[in-house]
Design a protein around this ligand. Structure first.
Ligand SMILES: C[S@@+](CC[C@H](N)C(=O)[O-])C[C@H]1O[C@@H](n2cnc3c(N)ncnc32)[C@H](O)[C@@H]1O
Length: 430
């Protein structure tokens, strides 16, 4: 059986049944199954995940008993088959159908006939398959067309006009560029560009940050340059957060929701290994990821520790020049990288996020020195978790004032969706 499709199938089943993150599921299955084209695997997995609701809407129309009659293995194979037939021009029709039947024979033998039939039915009827009627129900139409849970469509329609929401959803379905953060501690920009180009990568400068490069090419993370810590894959939006924290050499910085450490290490590189960054997270095991990255990058000024950021650590009162709260959030800004987020149900936990975010921001503000900086960021596009949280904080804490607020959107900035609010504490003693 084709190892590429097998890897894609097992990754999708992990996402569906174990609620694994797509990037972690793919990395795991690639190691086990050794596909010969990781590019094909990623295109297929992300393609199916990005268009899951659209695919399911069509599949439902092709089955007499409806989509509810399918279990995860056969549903996953049919989604993959239809995605290859409808969206992957490089895959011949016979290969999409035959390989789907082969997968079925291995993972759900009794359904191989059904799968063959549904895919052939799709080929016969694909021109007649329709989206929901927009005039009847616009939210349903947009939800199925762009494949986002209806509550996300409704949420964005509350704040933006419908054309903008369509652009936002379309941009969220695009494949993000591979952006890397140059590690100033290890190499100069012109030397890294030359080394990457020598190895056949196509390199261009980032748009927002001086230390950002866009790179095209395969197996970037298998290069010696990566292993030696000369760069880190990171979206420019996250790099911009470190830039807005604007740490100076020798300062004390606290990063209170730090794991897995993307922004902590970006801040550390800016401080050129001087001063100290106290990087904490509620999960001890996640802190090991920060320590490991710091070793790869040659960073020596990070101290990690586990701490629940909703609690105030009285030993740190007014000790930090800068505090970063990169808060846990709904993640609606990073659907390009984790399309499974588009289908999260709106749970009670999600409803409670703004309360938790405000609690973390309020507790962490106690560490800021007079005249110091407090930065709140999230990777979501939800005013309730962004502007409303910082407004509520500023209202209750008059010793802080807003310096600037940035909202990055994939359809406008070409980055992940991110919110960054920089605040300053006044100089007076408290
Ligand atoms: C958006 S992620 C942080 C990403 C990180 N700053 C980076 O750039 O790699 C939010 C983090 O907050 C952590 N977290 C959630 N609740 C927390 C709490 N009460 N106290 C501290 N950390 C918490 C999560 O474990 C998660 O690692």
């Amino acid at each position: 059986m084709d190892a590429n499709r097998k890897t894609a199938y097992l990754s999708l089943v992990d996402v569906e049944s174990k609620k694994a993150f797509s990037n972690l599921a793919i990395n795991h299955q690639v190691i086990i199954n050794k596909p010969n084209s990781q590019g094909f695997v990623r295109e297929l997995v992300y393609g199916v995940l990005e268009s899951k609701l659209t695919l399911d809407y069509y599949i439902d129309q092709l089955l007499n008993d409806g989509i509810e009659s399918l279990k995860i293995p056969e549903l996953t194979i049919i989604r993959m088959g239809i995605y290859q037939l409808g969206c992957m021009n490089s895959v011949p029709e016979y290969a999409a159908v035959n390989e789907s039947v082969m997968l079925a024979k291995k993972y759900c033998r009794s359904k191989s006939g059904l799968i063959n039939g549904v895919l052939r039915e799709y080929l016969n009827k694909k021109m007649q398959l329709r989206l929901p009627d927009r005039a009847d129900d616009e939210v349903k139409y947009l939800s199925i067309k762009y494949s986002y849970a209806p509550w996300i469509v409704e949420l964005w329609l509350e704040y933006y006009n419908v054309d903008f929401v369509e652009e936002l959803m379309r941009a969220g379905n695009e494949t993000p560029p591979m952006t890397i953060r140059l590690n100033w501690l290890k190499i100069m920009k012109k030397d890294l560009i030359a080394k990457l180009e020598e190895q056949g990568f196509e390199v261009s400068e980032g748009k927002l940050c001086q230390n950002a490069l866009n790179v095209k090419g395969n197996r970037l993370l298998e290069t010696e340059m990566y292993k030696l810590g000369m760069f880190t894959p990171q979206d420019e939006s996250s790099m911009l957060v470190a830039e807005k924290v604007a740490p100076k050499h020798g300062e004390t910085v606290m990063d209170v929701c730090a794991a897995p450490g993307g922004k902590t290490t970006a801040i550390a590189e800016r401080m050129n290994n001087t001063g100290k960054i106290i990087a904490s997270d509620i999960y001890r095991r996640k802190l090991d990821l920060i320590d490991k990255e710091a070793r790869r990058l040659g960073i020596t000024n990070i101290e990690t520790r586990s701490w629940d950021a909703t609690r105030v650590d009285s030993s740190m009162l007014h000790r930090a020049d800068r505090v970063l709260v990169d808060a846990p959030c709904s993640g609606l800004g990073v659907v390009r990288r984790k399309p499974e987020i588009k289908y999260k149900a709106f749970t009670e936990e999600m409803d409670l996020l703004p309360k938790k975010q405000l609690a973390i921001l309020s507790a962490s503000s106690n560490y800021v020195k007079p005249g110091g900086t407090l930065v709140y960021s999230t990777c979501t596009i939800n005013p309730a978790e962004n502007e409303k949280v910082t407004d509520a904080f500023l209202k209750r804490n008059p010793s802080f004032e807003k310096v600037e607020r940035t909202l990055l959107l994939p359809n406008i900035n070409g980055t992940d969706g991110f919110f960054i609010c920089v605040m300053k504490r006044d100089d007076s003693l408290l």
